[in-house]
Design a protein around this ligand. Structure first.
Ligand code: NAD
Length: 494
């Protein structure tokens, strides 16, 4: 179906034909052993448009057994063949991009343009790691004439991938693409509100030539399906992306099995704007740093740390731009889509209500909203909070919605203190026309990635991850392969 036909079909029928609803295990869709299903809702209407399997420990056990069989085949598949299959995946993903993007829009509430960007970068991830699959070489080491010594890079084994709901496609692919390039197999547990793209991609992988069992998907809740997956002793690495609270819980849960772990957790990232920055560029940068994906991005620039001389000028522009954003159903091309669930909407609203009760200035927005065309859905107005002290809850807690906290500074030292003033250390932006200020700040801000004069600069080729409570380990870039390979040293007496 064409993109237009998919969208029309959804608006005519309230669903899409042939949505998968069962787990994907051993190369096929398999019904849940307990027989239970859960509804999936379109956040922009609040209405169910499909259902999916509510997985339990028995389904996880079957998926991990399948991954063990898949691993036996895949780790011995010649690297050049792994490379060819992953390139096929990228091609097929581009061919099926319209379906994936429409499904992702319906599942998550984001705009179609955001979903299309996510699918495009995911196809690039497969291509990028396809290119690495046949270059995972070891090295030879000189121990003197009595030995020949060398290293090989082995796949770690079965990997588990726990996925959140904000970027279900790219978060999944940035984990499984390097794992597959390395020769690992995988079991994926998507978030309970966004299961469908993982199921579609698992099926696509097999159609692209991946042997059955190498990638398996079990849907369901964190407690019923996620917990048994991360604690299965056959799993040798867990890549978890989600909240700090669940990440800490997973870290404790995997400890008895001494399972490897990558934690991609929350953020409260600052965008630091100096007095010499271009005010228009700062206003545009801050607008999209916080309102892209309705603020539901771990790396969202959720704090604007701004020099007092630039503050009024930028805030006038920024508030006007925020008020002009059009919210609406993601398939109708708005500037900003819905938030993912009613529970999450309530959590955002509660943060803002508490800020209002504390006397915080609400410069714009501040309330839940709905799709102006239908009066339905779970939306929150683009919101800017001003006059905040460094220890205000709106400054130190991740709200994970379209809510920007503004902080003023007078000196570079103060800007640095504010930028590093939360428990998170994921991303940061610096706006200045002075290259020395830019480099000093980039070196001294505690974060996994710092961008200068363009908040979303970067790509899949760069390592991505956080410090402190934002987690540890790196995904994307060549560094993204490290979690899925381990070196083995081999020596031969001569
Ligand atoms: P969450 O922690 O509630 O859930 C994440 C995933 O963990 C879901 O699939 C859930 O089912 C699963 N889960 C829950 N309990 C589990 C358990 N006991 N064992 C195993 N799995 C379990 O997070 P969320 O609300 O889906 O996502 C939002 C959070 O994710 C935000 O804090 C955001 O910053 C963070 N995030 C981080 C990154 C990053 O790369 N650093 C990217 C996206 C989102």
């Amino acid at each position: 179906m064409t993109l237009d036909a998919l969208i029309q079909t959804y608006f005519d029928t309230g669903t899409l034909p042939d949505l998968p609803r069962d787990h994907f295990i051993d190369g096929q869709f398999i019904a849940p052993q307990a027989g239970a299903y859960m509804d999936s809702f379109d956040p922009a209407t609040g209405t169910a448009f499909g259902d999916f399997a509510a997985g339990t420990a028995a389904d996880v056990d079957a998926a991990v057994s399948s991954a063990a069989r898949g691993l036996a085949v895949w780790r011995d598949t010649p690297p050049a063949q792994r490379c060819a299959i992953l390139n096929n995946v990228a091609r097929l993903m581009r061919a099926e991009a319209d379906l994936l993007a429409v499904v992702e829009t319906l599942d998550s509430g984001k705009t179609l343009a955001e979903a299309q960007g996510d699918v495009a970068s995911s196809a690039r991830l497969f291509e990028y790691y396809a290119g690495a699959a046949d270059k995972l070489d070891g090295r030879s080491v000189n121990l003197g004439n009595d030995n020949a010594a060398f290293t090989i890079r082995e796949p770690v084994g079965i990997t588990a991938h726990i996925i959140p709901w904000n970027y279900p496609t790219s978060t999944l692919v940035r984990g499984i693409a390097p794992a597959l390039a390395a020769g690992c197999s995988a079991v994926v547990k998507p978030a309970e509100t966004t299961p469908f793209t993982a199921l579609l991609i698992a099926d696509l992988l097999v159609r692209a030539g991946l042997p059955a069992g190498v990638v398996n998907v079990v849907t369901g809740t964190g407690a019923e399906a996620g917990a048994p997956l991360v604690t299965d002793p056959r799993v040798r690495h867990v890549t978890f992306t989600g909240s700090v609270a669940t990440g800490v819980h997973v870290m404790q849960a995997v400890a008895p099995n001494v399972t490897g772990l990558t934690l991609e957790l929350g953020g409260k990232s600052p965008l630091v704007a100096f007095a010499d920055a271009d005010p228009e560029a700062v206003a545009d940068g801050a607008l999209w740093a916080i309102f892209s994906n309705a603020g539901q991005i771990c790396t969202a620039g959720s704090r604007l740390v701004i020099h007092r001389d630039l503050h009024d000028q930028v805030l006038d522009k920024l508030v006007a731009k925020a008020r002009a954003l059009r919210i609406g159903h993601g398939l109708r091309g708005p500037d900003m889509g819905a938030v993912n669930s009613p529970q999450h909407l309530n959590s955002i609203a509660a943060h803002v209500d508490r800020a209002r009760d504390r006397g915080v200035d609400i410069l714009c927005g501040g309330k839940p909203a709905c799709d102006p065309e239908t009066g339905k859905g779970w939306f929150f107005e683009p919101t800017i909070l001003g006059g905040l002290s460094p220890d205000d809850d709106a400054v130190i807690q991740e709200i994970f919605g379209p809510v920007l906290a503004v902080q003023k500074f007078a000196t570079e030292e103060e800007a640095l203190l504010l930028a590093n003033g939360t428990e998170f250390a994921l991303a940061a932006g610096v706006y200045t026309s002075d290259i020395s200020t830019a480099i000093r700040m980039a070196r001294r801000i505690d974060a996994g990635q710092v961008t200068v004069n363009d908040y979303w600069a970067g790509g899949i080729e760069l390592p991505f991850g956080g410090n402190r409570k934002s987690g540890f380990g790196r995904e994307k870039g060549l560094e993204g392969l490290d979690a899925y390979t381990r070196p083995k040293a081999i020596t031969l007496a001569v």
